[in-house]
Design a protein around this ligand. Structure first.
Ligand code: FES
Length: 106
C-alpha cells in the first residue's frame, strides 16, 4: 500500500496568526487556512478555470471559501462546490507539537 507522505509546513502559531499560508510543493500550490479555530488544507487552484483561491473570501460561519474570479463557493471540509457538482481537492491537516502537517499525494 502506497501511503501519501505527511509534510511539515509551518508553525501552528504562524497559521493561527496569519490565517492563510500558501505552500508550494512539486509545482503545486496548497492553501492552508485557519478558520473558526480549525485548520484546512485545500488545492490553491480553483477547479473552474484554475485561478488561485488564496485571495478568496472566507465565510467563517458556513466554513466555505469563495473564488474571487467567478464566485464559486466551496465547502472547506469536503471541497464540494455549493453551486454545482464541482469539487475542490482538500487534504488531511494536523497540528502536532506546534507544527502544521499536511498529507498530500506523492
Ligand atoms: S476560476 Fe474560480 S470560479 Fe472561476
Amino acid at each position: 500500500m502506497n501511503l501519501n507522505p505527511w509534510i511539515p509546513v509551518c508553525s501552528s502559531a504562524k497559521l493561527k496568526r496569519e490565517k492563510r499560508f500558501l505552500f508550494r510543493h512539486h509545482q503545486k500550490q496548497y492553501l492552508l487556512l485557519s478558520v473558526a479555530h480549525q485548520f484546512f488544507a485545500i488545492n490553491n487552484q480553483c477547479p473552474h478555470q484554475g485561478f488561485p483561491l488564496d485571495t478568496g473570501m472566507i465565510d467563517a460561519e458556513a466554513l466555505n471559501i469563495t473564488c474571487p474570479y467567478h464566485q464559486w463557493s466551496f465547502d472547506l471540509n469536503t471541497g464540494q462546490c455549493i453551486l454545482n457538482s464541482a469539487f475542490l481537492s482538500t487534504y488531511p491537516i494536523e497540528e502536532r507539537d506546534g507544527q502544521i502537517w499536511i498529507q498530500i499525494p506523492c
